[in-house]
Design a protein around this ligand. Sequence first.
Ligand code: ARG
Length: 461
Amino acid sequence: MTKGKLWGGRFEHRTDYSVEQFTASEHFDRRLARFDIAGSVAHAHMLSAQGILSEKETEAIVEGLTTIGKEIDEQQFPWSASLEDVHMNIESRLTELIGDAGKKLHTARSRNDQVATDMRLFVRDAIDELQARITVLQLALVEIAATHADTIMPGFTHLQPAQPVTCGHHLLAWVEMLERDWQRLTSCRERTNVLPLGAAALAGTSFAIDQQMTADELGFTTFMRNSLDAVSDRDFVIEFTAALAIMATHFSRIAEDLVLWSSERFGFVDLGDAFCTGSSIMPQKKNPDVAELLRGKTGRMVGHLVALLVLMKGQPLAYNRDNQEDKEPLFDSVDTALASVDVLTKMVGQMVFDKDKMYDAAAKGYTTATDLADYLVRKGVPFRDAHDAVGRSVAAADASGLALTDLSLDTLQKFSEKIDADVFQVLTLEGSVASRDHPGGTAPNRVWSAVAEARTRLAQR
Ligand code: ARG
């Protein structure tokens, strides 16, 4: 038997050292140990209930696995690359600790359904953790939105000043983006939370197992309906990293807003010294590096998703060792997502808005031109004609370096005789935002009701 290998029975010669190095995964999949142990304990309980393991053997197995869990937590566990992966490391140590009963644990099981189970438990756990942290970020944003429900700033399209909006409304847009990220995770969790154990290597097992019992102990809603599918597909990992890549894209867009807003040219927000860094050569600089890194980290998360898609696409049914390559991208996506959501939560808590600068910026760029057109429409002018009249008035104001509100009533009336003195109320920023008064609109009272609705919804989680 090949020295020390649990599968060495049919081998005469030792594995080449380079092959051991190339195939080993214990240095990264040890991160699954907690889930591997939970899966094994549930499997042993089920084997015992089915009369496949004796009570004594089961007790020894569970005790041994508990000891191993402690050894791992205390960093006393003798990890070995020659034992390939987390599963063989734990099983081999179990037999070392409890003797022959340890060798029985793998009855009616394969590493193929074992690793699929570990991965599902890992993803489920990561989803729970991430969802909790997304909610904390959303709650933080909702409270800032409440404070700035009537703070006026320019809204942009094409990064050109478009129409005035309220800052609270902008922040609530972020909350909505995060809400869908949260929902995508809920939906992914449903499909992930299904037990693969029982599939064994690929075809199922000849033992009389009870999959629902194992599923219940592990908190899975049910077990997988097809053994070939159970061991081979990693679509739940792909789906999860896709949800994370979309979430990272949202973080990146939020970060981009913050980079712009905190720039000298915009000056809308101060991100705080704790969340900026200086330049090694230019003493005056205060750079938004944290926001930039949030934007930058999106690249690797999208990359991990692509890696997993490519990993899966050429695989024939059922299990192939290719699947061992699913772990590093997954782990890195989870770590990056958790770090990103945390730092973003802290950073938004430090934001100090410069209301005057935002207001002044909103007042520039003829952002109430649409309001003037709408005013004419209400007076019976067809929208296209109104658009044209306002366009000409903007051109005239621009030529003299004036705002629309700087033009006299006489001048304005040259562009349309329907314009009266009441136009000046319509041209104010406050009037403009207040008039967008419908669900989903930027009016301060709509922001307040959206805040109230979000508070209730988030508190129910
Ligand atoms: N380390 C392997 C993985 O991550 C475990 C399953 C190995 N199974 C096998 N038959 N070689 O996929």
